[in-house]
Structure formats: structure tokens, C-alpha cells
Design a protein around this ligand. Structure first.
Ligand SMILES: [Fe+2]
Ligand SMILES: [Fe+2]
Length: 172
């Protein structure tokens, strides 16, 4: 299987998020503010990419409507937890508390995806399609690198379940 298989790319980004949350502990001031802003933006890119390319097929092909509802619910919880960080002064005790909460909510969610959602998805969606989805995943990241064009608004389960995922590789 190539490096562009979608769950491999999702997992690789999970590992980046784990490292970057841990790395915040060693930063302060402007550096800390910038690192958090970038991580926050990329968590949103990751969530929307999954809502467009992963969860619709989990629901439609892997009989995973329940799992999709859980995943979207978690994404909205992560959205609220990360948005709450902005209410505090960077580096203050309450700020760190909010960041630690966001880290925990996100860590639990990533673990659930990896353990419970990837296996049925890989079972139901064939290699060729997962690779085409991986290319779409990369194209989506190119288009929205630091969250450009994304609102950060809550996702709706019914919309995600009904999303039509195009077949084949992106046309560029
Ligand atoms: Fe997710
Ligand atoms: Fe994820």
C-alpha cells in the first residue's frame, strides 16, 4: 500500500498533533501563541477533511452511521474546547487548563478513530479508492493550509452522512 493511503495520512497527522501538543510545554510568549494558533487552525483542517472524505464513506460503505455520528460529535467538542482557549491570556494558568482540556478531548478522539473507525473503513473501502482519497486529502490540505476558507462552525451529522464523495483521483 502506498504512502498516500488515506488512513495512513490521517494517522501521520495525528502523530504530528500529539508531538505538537507536547511541544507547547517548552514554549512561552509569542512563540507559544504562534504555535498554538497554527495547531488550532490545522486541527480544523483535519476535522473538515475527515468530514468530507472519511466519515461519509464510513457511514455509507461500512454501515457506520453510529460511528460517524460519534466522530462528528467529537469534532464539535474539539471545536468548542479549542475555541475556549482564546478566551484566556496566552500562557496564563487558565489558558493552560483550556489547552490541556483540548489536548485530552482530541487525544481520546484520535485514539477512537485509530482503534475503532479505521478497521471497518479499511474493510469496506478498497485499496484503490483509499489511495484516491489520500490524494484528495493532500489536495484539501494544499487548499486550506492554515484553515483558509474554513469557518470553524460545528458540523451537522446528517450533512456529513449525506455527503457525496467523488470517486477517483482529484483532477490535478
Ligand atoms: Fe477526527
Ligand atoms: Fe483524525
Amino acid at each position: 500500500m502506498s504512502d498516500f493511503e488515506i488512513t495512513a495520512l490521517v494517522l501521520a497527522e495525528h502523530e504530528i498533533f500529539r508531538r505538537e501538543f507536547a511541544a507547547l510545554d517548552d514554549l512561552a510568549g509569542e512563540e507559544l501563541a504562534t504555535a498554538w494558533e497554527s495547531l488550532h487552525a490545522r486541527l480544523e483542517v483535519h476535522a473538515v477533511a475527515e468530514e468530507q472524505l472519511f466519515y461519509p464513506l464510513l457511514a455509507q460503505e461500512a454501515d457506520g452511521e453510529q460511528e460517524t455520528a460519534e466522530g462528528v460529535h467529537d469534532h464539535n467538542e474539539i471545536r468548542h474546547a479549542t475555541a475556549a482557549v482564546a478566551e484566556h491570556e496566552v500562557g496564563s494558568e487558565v489558558w493552560w487548563e483550556a489547552v490541556r482540556n483540548a489536548r485530552q478531548v482530541n487525544a481520546d478522539h484520535m485514539a477512537e478513530e485509530e482503534t475503532d473507525f479505521f478497521p471497518p473503513f479499511k474493510e469496506a473501502v478498497d485499496d484503490e479508492q483509499r489511495e484516491a482519497l489520500g490524494l484528495r486529502w493532500l489536495a484539501f490540505h494544499d487548499d486550506h493550509e492554515e484553515g483558509e476558507g474554513l469557518s470553524g462552525a460545528d458540523a451537522e451529522v446528517a450533512e456529513v452522512v449525506a455527503t457525496e464523495v467523488p470517486e477517483g483521483e482529484p483532477s490535478r
